[in-house]
Ligand binder design. Structure first.
Ligand SMILES: Nc1nc2c(ncn2[C@@H]2O[C@H](COP(=O)(O)OP(=O)(O)OP(=O)(O)O)[C@@H](O)[C@H]2O)c(=O)[nH]1
Ligand SMILES: [Mg+2]
Length: 449
């Protein structure tokens, strides 16, 4: 036996209609059979649902339905039993304790999915996508998560790896059986052009990934401005609820106030902050320090100006401070006047109070972060930050290999960089390093050659 038998509650605890307890491992069926009154579970064929009772020394704990999935056709590829109980806090806990007394161990977070990966039923990118499916809040997030789960991402990565392997193969064949006597001719004619092609594919994937990441993780947008310009009003209007306190008193907001809204394909994670100004109030100073920190960590700054008054020194400082960040200047209180100071540059006119210009603001966010072509294409989009990191590693390694080509380094030196790119991609799907490479190479070559 490779692993022990684990048990976990698969549903949220609470007053729901049902709860599901999942058991996985060699002894899953016998452990549940030991506490089940009904048919003998050990003789039940796979993929059957059996009615009965969970009992503890003849006392019925609950009336249940038990689903049996025998290895390897189950979520983890092990024997799996799922017990559907009534909802609530007590029943599932009691059943878990009972199963622990029969030799099961309480599962760690994510352990069922990890087993599915370790048992080779899914690859790493699919395992990671299970969480993405669960956490999806927009249709676009769900679409990307499904691309990961159904193996499209893995297949895409594998197709790039295959191209890389072909280059390695070309090198290996020519090292052993030189069709080209001159290694330089080989790099120029074969290796370099192929490397350029593969690099272009990876670069394209990285370019699309920017939108993918935004769709998956949302945009963290911080609302910044001097006091009383209407930051909290803007937050409330965008969220459509009175989340932050709004008053005519400067310095109303002292702490960060957060809220989320879905803008078409993306989730905007909004943070309203304390108005920035010089102050001797210690509480307000802490709030302002938090505003600055939030600004540094944000993907987007919404800099709010009050158009009913002329710009102040603070406005100018904030314009200067945020000019290199992804930012939208929001000209609030346009119902009271229009500021056309040239120093401001492009600005979206809104009235947070009268809810005008909000659509334009939302469109601007979308325009800045979402490449519509990527969304519309329906092609595979990498969205997971780890995967993007590995893609970039691969791109870098390939770029090194091309530099090596140009520098006329020996082909086996060039091959080292190419293999590095292959391995970085392999880490996306969780394939092991060079062992897998060797195995693939052998599978591509017939031995007698
Ligand atoms: N006329 C008009 N008044 C507005 C608008 N937006 C906000 N106000 C008013 O401006 C005042 C300040 O609004 P807040 O939203 O509290 O401003 P703030 O930037 O969050 O202020 P601090 O939290 O103190 O930094 C309130 O009296 C709002 O009603 C607007 O678009 N038009
Ligand atoms: Mg405020």
């Amino acid at each position: 036996m490779l692993y022990d038998t684990i048990v976990g509650i698969a549903t949220l605890r609470g007053t729901s209609a049902i709860n599901v307890i999942r058991v996985s491992g060699d002894d899953a069926v016998t452990a549940v059979a030991a506490v089940f009154r009904g048919r003998d579970l050990t003789t039940v064929p796979s993929h059957n649902v059996i009615y009965g009772h969970i009992v503890e020394r003849d006392a019925v704990i609950d009336e249940v339905l038990v689903s049996v999935f025998l290895t390897p056709k189950s979520f983890t590829a092990e024997n799996v039993v799922e017990i559907s109980t009534h909802g609530g806090y007590l029943i599932p806990e009691k059943i878990v304790s009972l199963l622990v007394s029969k030799g099961c161990r309480v599962a760690e977070p994510g352990e069922f999915t990890r087993r599915a990966y370790l048992n080779g039923r899914i690859d790493l990118s699919q395992a990671e996508s299970v969480m993405d499916v669960i956490h999806a809040k927009t249709d676009a997030q769900l679409r990307l998560a499904h691309q990961g789960l159904d193996g499209s991402v893995a297949a895409f990565i594998a197709s790039i790896q295959k191209e890389i392997l072909e280059i390695v193969a070309a090198i290996e064949v020519n090292i052993d059986y030189p069709e080209y006597d001159d290694a330089i001719v080989m790099t120029d004619r074969i290796i370099h052009p192929k490397l350029r092609e593969v690099s272009a594919r990876i670069d394209e994937a990285i370019a699309k990934a920017a939108t993918g990441k935004v769709i998956r993780d949302g945009v963290k947008a911080v609302i910044i401005g001097k006091p009383n310009v209407g930051k909290s009003s803007l937050l409330n209007t965008l969220l459509g609820e009175d989340k932050a306190i709004v008053t005519e008193i400067s310095g109303t907001t002292r702490d960060l106030v957060e809220g989320e809204l879905n803008l078409g394909d993306i989730t905007l994670k909004l943070i309203d902050t304390a108005g920035i100004r010089e102050t001797v109030d210690p509480v307000e100073s802490i709030g302002i320090a938090r505003s600055r920190k939030a600004m540094d960590e944000a993907d987007l700054v919404l800099l709010v100006l009050d158009q009913s008054a002329s710009l102040t020194e603070t406005d100018r400082k904030l314009l200067e401070l945020t000019k290199d960040k992804p930012r939208i200047v929001v000209g609030n209180k346009v119902d009271l006047g229009k500021n056309s100071d040239p120093v401001v540059g492009r600005m979206i006119d809104v009235s947070a109070k009268h809810k005008t210009g909000i659509r334009e603001l939302e469109d601007e966010v979308h325009r800045l972060f979402v490449d519509e072509r990527v969304v519309a294409s329906g092609e595979v989009v990498i969205a997971n930050a780890r995967h993007i990191g590995k893609l970039k590693e691969a791109a870098l390694a390939l770029s090194d290999s091309m530099t090596a080509c140009v520098a006329r380094l020996p082909v086996d030196m060039i091959e080292i960089d190419i293999r590095r790119a292959w391995e970085a991609l392999g880490e996306i799907t969780g394939e092991s390093g060079s062992d897998a490479l060797i195995a693939s190479l052998f599978s591509r070559f017939c031995l007698g050659k």
